[in-house]
Design a protein around this ligand. Sequence first.
Ligand code: GUN
Length: 283
Amino acid sequence: MAKIIDGKAIATEIKDELKEKVAALKAEGKEICLAVIQVGNDPASTVYVGNKKKACSYIGIESRSYELAEETTEEELLELIGILNADDTVNGILVQLPLPAHIDENKVIRTISYKKDVDGFHPQSVGALSIGQPGFVSCTPAGIIELLKRSGIEIDGKECVIIGRSNIVGKPMALLLLRENGTVTVCHSHTKNMKEITKRADILVVAIGKAKMIDESYIKEGAVIIDVGMDRDENGKLCGDVDFESVKDKVSAITPVPGGVGPMTITMLMKNCVESCDSQSDS
Ligand code: GUN
C-alpha cells in the first residue's frame, strides 16, 4: 500500500514553526505585514485571497487588503505598488492573478520590488533561482520540495520527471529538483513518447490541469507521485491530474487531492513572508 503524503499535516507543522518564529520576531519589536491586492471579484481569487489572509492571521502576520474595482487602470495599480514598495512597514506584496485583461501581468510583476516579491514571480527572483543564489521561490514548487524532504524521500541522484512547463510550477520545479541533485526531465504538450519518459521517473510531478489524465500506464512500479492538479471529475468532485485509484497500488508514495500539494502553497507563501522580514532587516 502506498504511503499517502499528508500535505495538510505537514503544512500545519510548518505553520506552527512559523508562528513561533513570528512570535520571537515580535518580541524583538519586528512586525511582519503582507499587502494583498485583488483587482475585480473573480470568485476563485476571492477564495484564495481569503485563505491567504486566514493563514496570515493564524501565524501572526498582519495582512493589509486592497480590494480594487475591475475597472482599475494599469497605471493606478502600478502607482499603488510603487507606494507599497516604498512603505517600510510592508514586507511582502502579493497581487492575486489572474488580472483583468486590460492590465499587463508581466509589467505588474516586474514593478513589485524583488525584495517584497513573496510569490517569487519577479525576473530577479527567477534568475537568482536559476543560478543558485538566494531569493524568493515560487510557492507551489517550494512546497513540493518540503513535502518530499519531510516525508523522508531522497531526491539526490533520482530520475525526476515533471509534466508541465508553466512559469509558476513546471520551470521552477525543474530548477529546485536540480538544486537537490535530481536528474530532471520536463515533459509538455509537444513531448513525443511521453510514457517512455514518465515510466523512468522515480519522482513524477504532474502539473497539466487535466482531470485524472495520468493512469498506471505512465508510471514505474514504486515511483513517488506528486499531483499538482486541482480539477473537477465528471461528477464535479475535486480531483487531481492523476487517476489516484488506478495508480495507488503501483506507487510507493502519492499526494492526494485535496490535502496534498494544495495546503503547502499558502504555507510557503507564509514562509516567504517571514523570510522577507529577515532579509529586509539584513540590508
Ligand atoms: N493565482 C493563482 N495562484 C496564484 C499564486 O500563487 N499567486 C498569485 N499572486 N496569484 C495566483
